[in-house]
Design a protein around this ligand. Sequence first.
Ligand SMILES: Cc1cc2nc3c(=O)[nH]c(=O)nc-3n(C[C@H](O)[C@H](O)[C@H](O)COP(=O)(O)OP(=O)(O)OC[C@H]3O[C@@H](n4cnc5c(N)ncnc54)[C@H](O)[C@@H]3O)c2cc1C
Length: 380
Amino acid sequence: MNTHGPWDVIVAGLGAAGASAVHALAERGARVLGLDRHAPPHALGSSHGRSRIIREAYFEDPRYVPLVQHAYTRWRALEQASGAALLRETGGLMIGPPDGTLVRGALASARQHGLPHELLSVREVMARVPAFRLPDHHTAVLEPRAGMLDPERAIAATLAEARRLGAHIATGQPVLAWTAEHHGVSVTTPAGRHRAGRLVLALGPWMAGPLLRGVLPLAVERNVLHWFSPVEVTGAFDPARFPVFLHEFEPGRFWYGFPDTGDGVKVALHGGGTPADVESLPRAVQEAEVLHMKHLLARHLPQAAGPLREALVCPYTNTPDGHFVLDHHPDHEGVILASPCSGHGFKFAPAVGELIADLALDRPSPFDRSLFAAKRFARA
Ligand SMILES: Cc1cc2nc3c(=O)[nH]c(=O)nc-3n(C[C@H](O)[C@H](O)[C@H](O)COP(=O)(O)OP(=O)(O)OC[C@H]3O[C@@H](n4cnc5c(N)ncnc54)[C@H](O)[C@@H]3O)c2cc1C
């Protein structure tokens, strides 16, 4: 196939956001070329680590709820189409002080959207999930539909479906430069120049790099994922008995975790990582980072504080307000910016892919995009 176009849309970056955009564009009948510098799924961006939380009672803002509800439907449809198991509903506990950001926000979303949920005292949490040790003044919102997604499998399935629908995918093809022209865009890769009506930039942490330098106030943050073996084999962390959780352990400080699906209990801090540059991201995990996590486990999940099995670095790409950017480039209508990260974007991927596809094809979208406008960071 001639990869030089003309294409309706070129999507640069095929992580969670770009792969889903390519898929949605192909579903809409567009001629689409997806380019990635690596070969997704891979462990060099922000979409690796074998699990991601999906939750519905969205503490960050109730406006995310319709988007995540649509994503649930689309994840299930992708499972059907691909035959891959992607989403496991384990239930989810949002734990913290009753007036904290997490519990207050999750409750507000649940109530506003009439979502199934229970408000539990820590005594009730520990009766149902005995592995937890929690301070008396904490409380929890239990949402039954929360669970975990498999990010690598999801991206592989999304790209396979996109190809099946006619998308052209080229990996090992870094976008070196792009220019917005009168009637479209031109994209340079080592294979040459490609022309298209529209360009979607979905570069994950590379959105903060030279292809877009200065356009958005994005900050890359280095985060660490840890897998620990339970102290004894009791089944306490089996997915049937242990839900995904997010815990505001100190005001404004969060950690989260997953049940043991065979490779240990996975836990990590949400936020609070060190500022980083994706090109020179330190990949080695420090002993102090592991000790800090072991300390949290000893306090709150002592039975999971066994030997460390694995630790991986994975960067967040943060906006100043923690909400995504899904919008036209402020200076070039033909270029669409997709930065759905700030550490919480994976669960939305298929819905975000549709939103991006509709933007790129000038179609109306059923979703409220006001939260994701690039203009909110208008340059002085
Ligand atoms: C540690 C961690 C934990 C998280 N936990 C959760 C969670 O529990 N639940 C949740 O919903 N979300 C979570 N997130 C957020 C979510 O994983 C990310 O928002 C999402 O995976 C980002 O996808 P992306 O496509 O924007 O970026 P990426 O997956 O990084 O994809 C960007 C792609 O662009 C490619 N690329 C870069 N530059 C170029 C170029 N010049 N040319 C061509 N290709 C290029 C890269 O190779 C890469 O494949 C977490 C994120 C991290 C890091």
